[in-house]
Design a protein around this ligand. Sequence first.
Ligand SMILES: [Zn+2]
Length: 164
Amino acid sequence: MGRTSGYRPKLAVKEEVDALRAQLAECNTSQWQRACALMENITTLMGHRGGPMGAKINPRACRVCGYFGHTKQFCPVAKRQEDAYFDEILNEEALYRKRVLEKALNVVREPYDVTKSAQAKTFDELGLPYTTDPDLGALISFEKAAHRGAWTYDSEGCLVRNTN
Ligand SMILES: [Zn+2]
């Protein structure tokens, strides 16, 4: 059957391996020798000791934080950096929205001018004199009155250009 380190209850092996892994996770690249020794113990316990040439399996340190026992993908430091990065993006987004909203609120709108309404423009185009009402807007008026648009009636009741 080849390499076995004899019968060991699986649960006991697992507990031992977990403990060694916890120690490995405490090592950074400056403790490489200790990390190698721990790795060797782990691989031995798991029955993977050495290759055909008895080569050791070297531990690899995380490329982000330099600690053993995890990869960049599971690195708590990388996770914090990523979270900070996304927080920054969200903050920028919120700031941008706030600026856009402030800009929209500060737009100075011209006061409503009834003579510029679509209704008044239509009356002007059709040659219809109109008066204005504060509630109803532009109202066609066939009487002699203070017309507001482009047309009015002269003293003889003829349609003429409004010069007022
Ligand atoms: Zn890491």
